[in-house]
Design a protein around this ligand. Structure first.
Ligand SMILES: [Zn+2]
Length: 480
């Protein structure tokens, strides 16, 4: 090899190397986010707020209801999360909204989460043939949810995300209690449970709570490329607060939280905050062994919302750096669950209750007739099974699990512990509501949430759904 050839080869290599280094590396598409809130306050009244045992007609609105949407896009996957001020958005209503939004902005329907906040002071969402105000409200809700997604999608801009949690233990109480000997009243079936829901506050009656609480408020923070707050999705395992003026629709503490957060985080007018319901099937805001001073209507909602907003701010301060390159993934499964069937003995007991002469009905246990009718309905149900939707979302190192039940907090704590992600949020009342979801252990203790008529699916449903979600999380974790 001559000197010249050698030089030539060296030059060629050098040129080749230079070409390789100079070629622009394929730039990953920017992570983008957009958020929007659409007012879905009912305009026509009266409307039933079916959160309790009997009709509860609203005549006006105390404060506005909203559908709050967050759309995320990593260049490969686009997904939407909508938190709606509603007792629950029925799966049919959610599906109608998902279809409209999908048509208008192209997000796949199965990449859209629609969750109700479970405010008990909000109307029913699925009346297609009821009184005109209820039918009008369903239409308003479907349009509003779809519109919130479309607006959030059209607001997409480069963004970065962060996650943290901070505890607020003093506003969550497990509402199921073991009672002192001899204090357990008969349940509607004439039997004795081991756990009682909302047993009052008397120290002569209360022994100890029958389950834990989940004290954490988890937050998912979204900022634009210049670190200006775009959105904040929070999650707390508290059923609702209540204590409102009579006959008025309200978004409860979920709405008040969303109104407070913008000033806490210095968000601009387009900033959207939303509070989702965690796993609160057995949790409420009644301080069973503390005496709380009397409150004005809406006062306790304001107190809880302020504490929750402070806690969310403390959590936000823990995020050292927001991530501008989070990868997204979303999986949806339809899981088949068996309906519970009452035993022949339970059916016979129910028939006996319903045949009780009017004069003797006062001697029956509380709500005996309601649950006797529920038992007969469960026995006569034609379908053997029902299908429910679960969703799992991945945003970088963060995951969200979504379940269509009033989920016991034990299930949320378990999912958070066993999740392969650094932090996991569990949203309940998502994509419909199929009653309570207790654990098999809590089923053994009995009590309101476990009774046939309140809880309609098989007693190990929580195990089946948890296993499904863990499989989905494992799959999302594997995706690069
Ligand atoms: Zn409820």
């Amino acid at each position: 090899m001559t000197m010249k050839t050698s030089l030539n080869i060296t030059l060629t290599i050098l040129i080749a190397l230079t070409t390789v280094t100079a070629a622009p590396a394929p730039k990953p598409p920017p992570f983008r986010a957009g958020a929007a809130a659409v007012d879905v306050t009912p305009k026509q009244f009266p409307l039933n707020m079916p959160g309790g045992f009997s009709a509860n007609m609203a005549e006006s609105a105390h404060d506005p209801l909203h559908a709050r949407a967050l759309v995320l896009d990593d260049g490969a996957t686009t997904l939407a999360m909508v938190i709606v001020d509603s007792l629950a958005v029925a799966v049919e209503t959610a599906n109608d909204a998902r279809a409209i939004a999908s048509k208008r902005c192209g997000i796949k329907p199965e990449n859209i989460l629609v969750a109700g906040t479970h405010a008990h002071s909000a109307p029913s969402s699925n009346s297609t043939n009821g009184p005109p105000p209820a039918v009008a409200y369903r239409k308003l809700l479907v349009e509003g949810i779809a519109e919130s997604i479309v607006r959030a999608h059209s607001a997409l801009r480069p963004a970065q995300v962060g996650v943290a949690a901070h505890p607020l233990p003093d506003e969550v109480f497990n509402r199921r209690w073991f009672l002192k000997p001899g204090k357990m009243p008969l349940n509607p079936f004439g039997k004795l449970d081991q756990a009682k829901m909302n047993p009052g506050t008397s120290p002569d009656v209360l022994d100890r709570p029958a389950g834990p609480t989940d004290p954490d408020i988890t937050i998912f923070s979204v900022q634009d490329a210049r670190r200006r707050p775009l959105a904040l999705l929070a999650n707390y395992s508290l059923h609702y607060v209540g204590h409102l003026p009579k006959a008025q629709v309200s978004a409860d503490y979920f709405g008040e939280f969303a109104r407070l957060i913008p000033s806490r985080v210095n968000g601009d007018t387009n900033f959207v905050a939303m509070m989702s319901n965690g796993t609160s099937g057995d949790i409420n805001n009644i301080p069973f062994n503390v005496t709380r001073p009397p409150r004005e209507p809406f006062e306790q909602i304001r107190i809880v919302a302020q504490k929750a907003a402070d806690t969310a701010w403390h959590a936000l301060r823990k995020i050292e750096k927001h991530n501008p390159n989070a990868r997204l993934g979303m999986l949806q499964r339809e899981v088949t669950l068996k309906y519970r069937r009452p035993t022949a003995e339970q059916v016979a007991d129910a028939k006996k209750v319903l045949a009780t002469k009017k004069a003797d009905r006062e001697k029956l246990p509380r709500l005996a007739e309601n649950y006797a009718r529920g038992t007969i309905a469960a026995a006569e149900r034609k379908d053997e099974t029902t299908k429910v939707i679960v969703q799992a979302i991945r945003i970088g190192d963060f995951a969200i699990c979504c379940l269509p039940f009033e989920v016991f907090c034990e299930i949320g704590l378990d999912l958070k512990k066993r999740s392969p992600f650094e932090r996991t949020m569990v949203i309940s009342i998502a994509n419909g509501r199929h009653g309570y979801l207790p654990t098999p252990e809590q089923h053994k203790l009995g009590g309101y949430e476990t009774w046939i008529g309140t809880c309609s699916v098989q007693e190990d449903a929580s195990v089946i759904l948890t296993n499904n979600l863990l499989e989905m999380l494992a799959q999302l974790r594997k995706e690069k």
